[in-house]
Design a protein around this ligand. Structure first.
Ligand code: 5GP
Length: 189
């Protein structure tokens, strides 16, 4: 998506350790007009698919998931990063290593909000090693829900996540795919 690529080129900052900072428009301050265009693009890409719900992970996925949900006319469920071990049996739970923080999060969704047979579109801001997206896929599978596909804002295609998730048979649509980057230089695929 040209508009997103141009914005990343203009305002994205590549930091050491293969992290792209996009906090001026995507995941701290948020450009809602850009989000709306992203939502429209996912709606175009997944047109013709029956989608019942959008599933994302807190916190950065929530804003873009909401604008996408407006396009599809469906609710958003966001998986929560939980500090307390929840063993009550009323939640689906997976462990997800965090790319940016180097920690492992317990990620949960209430069983009330994911049901067997529901058709889910997964949304997240970044796809790097694929741990966050794989966590959402595992939550969906625990519920017996169907993953229609994943809409990603920025895929760092030089990291293994995209290939790994596509090899699981999940359709991944990334609006910007970065082939390589270093401080001051970003190349799109
Ligand atoms: P993965 O689990 O695919 O390795 O990483 C995805 C998660 O890590 C995303 O939800 C995102 O929050 C974070 N992330 C991964 N790479 C980057 C990056 O380059 N920049 C930022 N801002 N977040 C990232």
């Amino acid at each position: 998506m040209r508009e997103l690529e141009e914005r990343i080129r203009r305002d994205g900052v590549v930091e050491d350790g293969s992290v792209l900072k996009v906090d001026s428009f995507l995941n701290h301050q948020m450009d809602v007009a850009l989000f709306a265009a992203m939502g429209q693009e996912w709606a175009r890409l997944f047109a013709g698919e029956k989608i019942d719900k959008i599933l994302t992970i807190e916190a950065s996925g929530i804003g873009i998931a909401c604008v996408a949900a407006q396009q599809f006319g469906v609710p958003v469920v966001f998986a929560k990063k939980s500090r307390t071990k929840n063993i009550a049996g009323d939640v689906y739970r997976v462990e997800v290593p965090s790319f940016t923080h180097g920690t492992v999060n317990d990620v949960i969704v209430s069983k009330r909000f994911l049901k067997a047979g529901e058709r889910l579109l997964l949304i997240d801001d970044f796809l790097a090693n694929g741990a966050a997206l794989e966590g959402l896929i595992r939550l969906a599978r625990q519920a017996g829900a169907v993953v229609v596909g994943a809409g990603i804002a920025v895929e760092k295609a030089f990291q293994p996540g995209g290939d790994r998730i596509r090899a699981m048979g999940v359709r991944v649509e990334s609006l910007a795919r970065i082939g390589s980057m270093s401080p001051g230089r970003i190349e799109f695929c």
